[in-house]
Ligand binder design. Structure first.
Ligand SMILES: [Zn+2]
Length: 256
């Protein structure tokens, strides 16, 4: 994967360099194709998988315009967090562009509820982006956790390092479904409820690392609004489906 500079108002665009120079996928919610375990985007038959951690890093480091060249369908999972992307972006440096940044401003209170999962997302007007998130798993290891992002939170040290997680009991089914093929103990925190431990003797980086990772995922999915969001976002038990459906509804209803 290569991250290249782009002109003002170009947005964040993926290019499948293994297919053709014209195989472009814009990082916008209209292009969301699948949301099982991760987000997949598709445009004109060209697909990109797992862009969310990279998108969160780009947005939270203030990158509005970039061309992302890939030689495969999937954005590298690396260590399952967004930290390697943060390091790469900081190392290459960022240019300030001339145009004023535009935002998607939350105009009024709005709610999205997913009746199947019981998850929901609400938005309210606010002068900055604030994201409050709660997860609630039926697991003695995780249970209810909260995480928050606002202008005082350092994304690079507080959110970006949080790794993907899954439950040991899910792994067999996920592999049967052909998912997490690239998953290993190197790029995921595996929670073993039966033994009340993290598989492989791993220890979490934060008490609430799973909630922080869900926040990372949500920040990545919110990037699909196309412009930075100005408003307060509150999420309960969010997942990629809820995140992207909520965003679609808020845009369709002119809330954003
Ligand atoms: Zn994730």
């Amino acid at each position: 994967m290569q991250i290249l500079p782009a002109t003002e108002d170009y947005g964040i665009v993926f290019q499948r360099a293994d297919l053709s120079d014209n195989a472009l996928v814009h990082a916008v919610v209209e292009n969301v194709a699948k949301t099982r375990r991760s987000t997949a985007l598709a445009e004109n038959g060209v697909q990109i998988r797992t862009p969310e951690h990279l998108l969160a890093a780009l947005r939270c480091l203030g990158v509005d315009n970039a061309l992302i060249r890939l030689n495969a369908e999937e954005v590298p999972i690396l260590d399952g967090s967004a930290l390697p992307f943060v390091h790469a972006l900081r190392e290459c440096g960022l240019n300030e562009q001339r145009e004023d940044r535009r935002y998607r401003v939350v105009r009024r209170h709005a709610e999205y509820h997913d009746p199947h999962s019981g998850s929901w997302i609400t938005v309210d007007p606010c002068s900055d982006l604030i994201v409050d998130l709660t997860i609630d798993f039926k697991s003695g290891m995780i249970g209810r956790q909260k995480a928050c992002y606002d202008t005082t939170v350092d994304f690079a040290t507080q959110i970006a390092p949080a790794r993907t997680f899954c439950f040991y009991r899910e792994i067999f089914m996920l592999r049967l479904l052909g998912l997490i093929r690239g998953g290993s103990l190197d790029n995921a925190l595996v929670i073993d409820d039966r033994k009340n431990c993290f598989a492989g003797g791993k220890t979490p980086l934060f008490d609430n690392e799973p909630a922080r990772h869900k926040l990372l995922d949500l920040l990545g999915d919110l990037t699909l609004a196309g412009l930075p969001i100005q408003g307060r976002v509150t999420a309960y038990k969010p997942g990629h489906k809820t995140n992207t459906q909520a965003l679609k509804q808020f845009i369709a209803d002119a809330v954003l």
